[in-house]
Design a protein around this ligand. Structure first.
Ligand code: ADP
Length: 243
């Protein structure tokens, strides 16, 4: 369903992605692991063109963007198929939880107010915030703000949700509530690609694990293969350090 072919990305002279090939099937939960600086976030941001790859192709469904010659309408179409959950939530401070979720639907997707409100209430309920619809971000904990971020992604009904270290900005006691919401939506069969350092979560939520280092995919496979029988030295070293 999602196919990346030979994606490269440089910032100035620094080549951060050195030819990434990745296939993600519909309904799969793919976790991307790797040391800091290995290119995980950049790869995620290339999938929805928040970063423009230098070369390669990004396909979602039967739709393909050639990164050498991307047309603006293709980039917009690609973005429409994806939604992203950011490390730092990126909520509008002067909008309530409900308004934050409605915003993308009304402004970007041109959904009518009434319908957008209905969808937003439903997804906020799904992430356990049915009682907090009219709270502003400052009145919510970090975990609740991130759950608004997840609701906002869900509301768009994307083909894939991209999670960029969704719990790394949270105090440790708030991590669990966010991971359990992500686990819950994973069970509903939504395709997800998750960059995370939460190893036990990665192990039990994913169908497929990708290990990156130095801008390359070093090894990928089932959680059992990667966590219990990693073949590559670099994967073994990384897992030893982190677990
Ligand atoms: P990871 O998510 O694995 O920690 P990143 O994708 O965030 O890695 O970063 C990979 C490398 O790219 C790092 O060396 C980082 O400093 C660099 N990088 C990321 N974004 C930018 C940017 N906008 N400008 C310049 N360098 C960047």
């Amino acid at each position: 369903m999602i196919r990346l072919q030979n994606i490269t990305k440089s910032f100035g002279k620094h080549e951060v992605l050195k030819g990434i090939d990745l296939t993600v099937n519909k309904g799969e939960v793919v976790v991307i692991l790797g040391p800091s600086g290995s290119g995980k976030t950049t790869l995620l941001r290339c999938i929805n063109y928040l970063e423009k790859p230098n070369d390669g192709e990004v396909s979602i469904g039967d739709f393909t963007v050639n990164c050498k010659r991307p047309a603006k309408k293709d980039v917009l179409a690609l973005r429409k198929k994806t939604a992203m959950v950011f490390q730092q939530y990126h909520l509008f401070k002067h909008k309530t939880a409900l308004e934050n979720v409605m915003e993308g639907l009304v402004v970007v997707r041109k959904v009518k107010q009434e319908e957008a409100k209905k969808i937003s209430i439903e997804v906020l309920g799904k992430v356990g915030l049915g009682e907090k619809l009219n709270h502003y971000p400052s009145q919510l904990s970090g975990g609740q703000q991130q759950r608004v971020g997840i609701a906002r992604a869900l509301a768009l009904n994307p083909e894939v949700i991209l999670f960029d270290e969704p719990t790394s900005a949270l105090d440790p006691e708030l991590v669990g509530e966010v991971l359990s919401v992500i686990r819950k939506i994973a069970k509903e069969g939504i395709t997800m690609i998750v960059v995370t350092h939460e190893m036990s979560f990665a192990r039990d939520v994913s169908n497929h694990v990708v290990f990156m280092d130095g801008g390359h995919i070093i090894e990928e496979g089932t959680p059992d293969a990667i966590f219990n029988h990693p073949k590559e030295e670099r994967t073994q070293q990384f897992l030893k350090r982190i677990t």
